[in-house]
Design a protein around this ligand. Structure first.
Ligand code: ADP
Length: 397
């Protein structure tokens, strides 16, 4: 069975066609600049040359039409006919409190996702557009929604309630939801497999460190605390997001810098994080290079980032009453030995002892703690697409 995995952003669309017989990727691609000048599709089928198709794509339906054409192209396609696509799995961001697992998409599901637009105004609308487009283009197949928030619905109330008037939670659903759930779920399951343990017996801390970043405490396979909150802005310092700050800063800067709501949101989401501190870039590679050249603000940005991850690891071990393994994943987590080392330093008192040699690994699965370290330290590349495809297959069974 071939499953098409789709992840629609506001002006982008990522996809993978996965053969679930052996979980091999038949094709992978990305559409950029949907609805803008210069829209293009980058497509690659297994064993074939990469193809870049530059045509105007005014909306997600036009983009998906190009994607489907590419998938069946004689020259650079992956399948002979669209009938070989048996289902679509959609990465969806926000399901509020409606869903704690993936679901087959029905009219009712679409209504619920629409109800959650207020909670994820940038993400849910393009997600919905993607589903509608597939329903029109491939009307006979089933669609499955895999939500970023679903995994965190197991958090106990004390983990998700904010110390604000309780009525605001009742009125607006103002609570912590958490994100990156598909990634945290994938790496935690993989960690259990690699360790040869039942996930029910493990206390895991998953650090998804990419441009967006979050830490998750996973006890017995269930998310019990996570660093992103009502929106993905909370928690760690990120590429461009500020993460945790004193809430009083918001009104202070609005007044001093004469910012309106849009302005302050832009500042906290797009101009802060390691970009804000370093003044160099949101890309950790650029910041690491600058730090190596002696740039003090670059070093400060990295240290600030690492310190926060460290604090969450220690806090979440306390939340769970222990930790068996710390997992690093996503762009920085998978690739940056220096940051992993820095994050784990001073955590020896908790039994976290990283091995400098083993830690030199990049982008592949590895156990990188010292022999005798009470806590395992693991690098596990995330694979949200595969998780989405597996959920889709499971629901179709
Ligand atoms: P997202 O999906 O949130 O955009 P990714 O998981 O792709 O993020 O991670 C992107 C981030 O990972 C970038 O900031 C990039 O700098 C960082 N990254 C990727 N490769 C490396 C590397 N080799 N060393 C350090 N950082 C890296």
């Amino acid at each position: 069975m071939n499953i098409l995995v789709i992840n629609c952003g506001s002006s982008s669309l990522k996809y993978q066609l996965i053969n679930m017989k052996d979980e091999s990727v038949l094709a992978i691609g990305l559409v950029e600049r949907i609805g803008l000048d210069g829209s293009r599709l980058k497509h690659e089928a297994a064993g074939k040359d990469k193809k870049v198709i530059e045509v105007p794509m005014n909306n997600h339906k036009e983009a998906l039409t190009e994607v489907l054409d590419a998938l069946v192209s004689k020259e650079y396609g992956a399948i002979e006919s669209l009938s070989e696509i048996e289902a679509a799995g959609h990465r969806m961001v926000h399901a509020g409190e409606f869903y704690s697992s993936s679901v087959i998409i029905t009219d009712d599901v679409m209504e619920k996702v629409e109800e959650c637009i207020d909670l994820a105004p940038l993400h849910n609308p393009p997600n919905i557009t993607g589903v509608k487009a597939i329903m029109e283009l491939l009307p006979s197949i089933k669609n499955v929604a895999v939500f970023d928030t679903a995994f965190h619905q197991t958090m106990p109330a004390e983990s998700y309630i904010y110390p604000l008037p309780y009525e605001l939670y009742e009125k607006y659903g103002l609570r912590r939801y958490g994100f990156h759930g598909t990634s945290h779920r994938y790496v935690s399951q993989r960690a259990a497999e690699i360790l040869g343990k039942d996930i029910k017996d493990l206390k895991l801390i998953s650090c998804h460190l990419g441009n967006g970043a979050s830490v998750d405490a996973i006890d017995g396979g269930k998310s019990v605390a996570t660093s992103m909150g009502f929106t993905p802005l909370e928690g760690l310092a990120m590429g461009t997001r500020c993460g945790d700050i004193d809430p009083a800063i918001v009104t202070f800067i609005m007044e001093k810098e004469n910012l309106d709501i849009k302005g302050i949101n832009n500042l906290m989401n797009k101009k802060s994080g390691v970009l804000g501190i370093s003044g160099i870039s949101s890309d950790f590679r650029d910041i690491e290079d600058a730090a190596a050249d002696g740039n003090e603000r670059a070093t400060l940005a990295l240290n600030t980032f690492d310190l926060r991850v460290k604090k969450y690891i220690a806090a979440y071990a306390a939340v769970m009453g222990g930790v068996d393994a710390v997992i690093f994943t996503a762009g920085l987590g998978e690739n940056s030995a220096d940051n992993r080392k820095n994050i784990c330093s001073n955590l020896e008192f908790m039994g976290i002892e990283i091995d400098e040699e083993l830690n030199k690994v990049r982008g592949k699965e590895a156990i990188v703690n010292k022999e005798g370290s009470a806590v395992k330290v693991m690098v596990i590349p995330t694979n949200e697409e595969l998780m989405i495809a597996r959920d889709t297959l499971e629901l179709l069974k």
